[in-house]
Design a protein around this ligand. Structure first.
Ligand code: SF4
Ligand code: SF4
Length: 462
């Protein structure tokens, strides 16, 4: 089913103001969120509450981020299409130096390192999600980075080679039901101007060729396309389609994965475990036990211990897991270590995606009671103090029926993730290429990873 056959949608997406108008509106919203978080700092105990009573912080971490994740899983990189950073970096690159993107950025390692640093330093050690002021500084730093990269490099180098959020959404977009492709490759072959990739059309703001460097008839999967619709606006033959297909169809094709992308996925697999297990105090304590034991062994305390523990949790443990599985596969079937690690990474993708959606659901629904307080006092510090002092009556618990409904939905998502994993192990081209003897070890390791989430949810919710 081609959604571009729906006349009003085609007209809307062809309009020069889509998605520009939404990006401008979101840039204003972005400025308001920064303003709402700046200066809202508090001592540790109040900050624990203020992260939910501050309206800007609540909007960013319990509304925007979960929606962006779920949006990517269902619809692909729709957020990237309307992201205000894309607008900022595009405008900057129009007036900037337009230098070619260097090999290091193109290799993907910059994104992997930035993502690892954001998880270890930004989230775990500094708690950018816990303190509204830090959230605001983090957003401003992101905007500054988008502008700087835009001023130096050509095209949208920030979106393609620097932004870790975009890369993460690209991974989750493999599950999406939407696919942006050329409608008829023979029309593209005969097309003389090739406006969709023409260098002369790169500098437009409202209509331009693809500044992600994609040639529509060559697009094989959802990872890199931002769904920005620019190629549709300039194509003289209207030769694009937006089809609704089966979810996970990307993963039924041979899928390339570089070393940097493999490392990125390994860090994501570790970070997602932390994301879900941190929702329940006993599972968080169990998860942090070994990393802090390591930090203690080196005599580290305070933020240094947090940094080391995060490094163990998000980098060393996932790396050890990937190496152990790839080594086991090599012993069982004499497969190159990289092939085994790559197949394992792709087999983890359904569980990683499912767990991230679970986290999004828990984050969004778990803090519903705070909206009333945050809307009444957007800064949120006074409310947090009053709640803590007991002078403001506040019950953070959810109705029993909602808690039960969330548990059922979460369980269903995890079951679907397991089914998809098993199906992929049986049918995907990248596991089919491995010897049969390698598959049981891979499936067992992927199932063990899945079991971490399943056991936690069962123990916690039931
Ligand atoms: S997408 Fe349009 S502009 Fe690009 S090659 Fe095909 S027909 Fe030409
Ligand atoms: S292929 Fe088209 S929709 Fe996708 S990023 Fe390029 S211009 Fe945007």
């Amino acid at each position: 089913m081609d959604l571009l056959r729906v006349k009003w949608l085609r007209r809307l997406l062809k309009s020069a103001w889509a998605p520009l108008a939404v990006q401008v509106a979101l840039l204003v919203a972005f400025a308001l969120l920064v303003w709402g978080g700046l200066g809202v700092d508090a001592d540790d105990e109040v900050a624990g509450l203020a992260r939910y009573t501050n309206l800007a912080n609540l909007l960013v971490w319990c509304c925007w981020f979960p929606l962006v994740i779920v949006g990517a899983v269902v619809l692909g990189r729709v957020w990237c299409a309307v992201c205000p950073m894309e607008l900022a970096t595009t405008v900057a690159s129009r007036i900037g130096l337009r230098r070619p993107v260097p090999g290091f950025l193109k290799s993907g390692w910059a994104i992997t390192i930035l993502y690892g640093a954001a998880a270890i330093v930004g989230v775990y050690t500094l708690g950018v999600h816990r303190v509204p002021h830090r959230m605001a500084v983090y957003l401003v730093a992101l905007l500054a980075l988008a502008l700087t990269v835009g001023l130096v490099f050509e095209r949208r180098a920030f979106c393609s080679h620097v932004c870790p959020v975009g890369h993460l959404l690209g991974l989750y977009a493999h599950c999406s039901v939407l696919q942006w492709r050329a409608a008829d490759a023979s029309i593209c072959n005969a097309c003389e101007g090739k406006d969709c990739v023409a260098k002369s059309r790169r500098l437009g703001i409202r209509r331009r060729s693809c500044t992600s460097g994609l040639y529509p008839p060559a697009i094989q999967d959802n990872r890199d396309c931002l769904l920005c619709t620019q190629c549709l606006k300039v194509c003289p033959s209207d030769n694009l389609r937006l089809t609704v297909g089966a979810p996970w169809s990307d993963l039924r094709r041979p899928l390339g994965l570089t070393g940097a992308q493999l490392a990125f996925l390994a860090i994501v697999s570790g970070f997602v475990i932390f994301e879900v297990l941190s929702e329940w105090e006993p599972s968080l304590r169990a998860l942090e036990w070994l990393p802090y034991l390591v930090a203690d062994a080196f005599g580290l305390t305070g933020p240094a211990a947090d940094l080391a523990a995060a490094g163990v949790m998000f980098v060393l443990l996932p790396a050890a897991l990937f190496l152990a599985v790839a080594g086991g596969v090599r012993l069982a079937a004499r497969t190159p270590v990289f092939d085994g690690a790559k197949a394992f990474a792709l087999l983890l993708l359904p569980t990683v995606t499912g767990a991230q959606v679970v986290k999004a659901i828990l984050k969004t629904t778990g803090h519903l009671p705070y909206w009333k307080v945050a809307l009444a006092d957007p800064a949120g510090v006074e409310s947090a103090r009053a709640i803590q002092a007991g002078t403001l009556a506040f019950d953070p618990s959810l109705p029993g029926w909602l808690t039960a409904a969330i548990t059922v939905v979460v369980a269903m998502i995890l079951v679907v993730a397991l089914i998809v994993t098993v199906r992929l192990a049986q049918t995907s081209p990248w596991t089919a290429r491995l010897p049969r003897a390698a598959r049981p070890a891979l499936v067992a390791a992927a199932a063990a990873y899945w079991a971490i989430f399943a056991v936690t949810i069962v123990l916690w919710r039931l």
